[in-house]
Design a protein around this ligand. Structure first.
Ligand code: SD4
Length: 335
């Protein structure tokens, strides 16, 4: 569980601060802070704890790619988290299928999709990147590769997730709920999506990113979202910056969201403006769908400036740098 004790809530521009915790002393922070490297940012509240793990690598001068892998393994291992890694909610046939991807500062990338039985998909994605001639392995092929690499094949469907699935089966209605990350602990499909997307810049100024999820709960068997798709759920260009996405992956894929955000930053958009433009593509193309779903983008540019934008209220992101290791910032939104 992430640490809510020192939860500071900033407006997206980072200028104003409202304090949520009684333990926090009021202070004025100015974010984004250009040049404040290293830095790691990630989606949602569980990103606070994940960032702190990544920070251990960054603060020692380690590589961003090592930091993001270590960071996102925290929610992957969290048994109370039903949206990433082990204990993720299953698909409608009861299979826990995991999606993840990673991209480094040299343009290398690796991904696994619809992979069963392996608890840390991000590490398999990294091995795909480093040890195979491919970018993406899916399904049983991905599991087989993981086992060959020494990973344990294990049951990922835990009793709590199985119970929620059986509850869901009573109505069997596929209806993703907006921002379920904020409704922790609710049974059934009220806690059915949230992905961790993480972006880091190390002390050398190099950028990497990682993204990992169990995807939409109670999805069709075989469904793959945006999270393991390079350019959709994650994209990094070391000359420009990086971006990642969360929410209903179908709309992110349709707009090649993360690639779009990075390309807009290349043209001079700020991270927040680039994220907003990507959100607006969804609104313009599918206004009826956009009203009903959540999609959020998070981005960082080469200078370490960051920003986010989402369709709906409630999307937040965590920031960790030399100034503070436990910021949670509300992203701006369209609706
Ligand atoms: C997916 N984008 O599988 C993921 C789910 C997610 O916040 O991000 N939820 O479509």
């Amino acid at each position: 569980m992430y640490n809510r004790r020192k939860f500071i809530k900033l407006s997206a521009a980072g200028a104003s601060v409202s304090l949520v915790s009684k333990n926090v002393v009021a202070k004025t922070l100015t974010a984004p802070q250009a040049g404040n490297l290293p830095i790691v940012i990630s989606t949602w509240g569980f990103g606070v704890q994940a960032n702190q793990e990544a920070w251990k690598t960054l603060v020692k001068g380690g590589r961003a790619v090592d930091a993001v892998e270590a960071g996102v393994k925290i929610p992957e291992a969290d048994l109370n988290n039903h949206t990433v890694g082990r204990s993720g909610y299953p698909d409608r046939d009861g299979h826990v299928t995991l999606d993840a991807c990673i991209m480094d500062d040299k343009g290398n990338c690796g991904s696994v999709a619809a992979m069963e039985y392996i608890a840390h998909p991000i590490s398999i994605a990294r091995l795909v990147m480093e040890k195979t001639p491919h970018v993406m392995l899916v399904g049983e092929g991905a599991t087989q590769f993981a086992v060959e690499q020494g990973f344990k094949r294990e049951k990922l469907l835990l009793p709590s997730s199985e119970k929620a699935w059986k509850e869901w089966l009573k109505k069997a209605e596929y209806k993703p709920v907006i921002n379920i990350e904020n409704k922790k602990g609710l049974p059934g499909n009220e806690y059915n999506h949230d992905t961790i997307g993480m972006l880091a810049i190390d002390a050398q100024g190099n950028i990497s990113g990682a993204c990992t999820t169990s995807g939409m709960a109670f999805k069709m068997h075989g469904r793959v979202g945006d999270s393991p798709i390079i350019g959709a759920g994650l994209y990094v260009d070391n000359e420009v910056g990086g971006a990642t996405a969360t929410g209903v992956g179908e709309e992110v894929i349709r707009n090649v969201g993360s690639f779009l955000v990075v390309e807009l930053m290349r043209q001079g958009y700020t991270p927040e403006a680039a994220c907003k433009e990507a959100v607006m593509r969804i609104v313009k193309k599918k206004p009826e769908i956009a009203k009903e779903i959540q999609v959020g983008f998070l981005a960082i540019n080469k200078k370490g400036e960051y920003g986010a934008f989402a369709l709906q209220k409630g999307f937040n992101f965590a920031v960790c740098n030399n100034t503070s290791q436990d910021l949670l910032i509300d992203g701006k939104c369209y609706y």
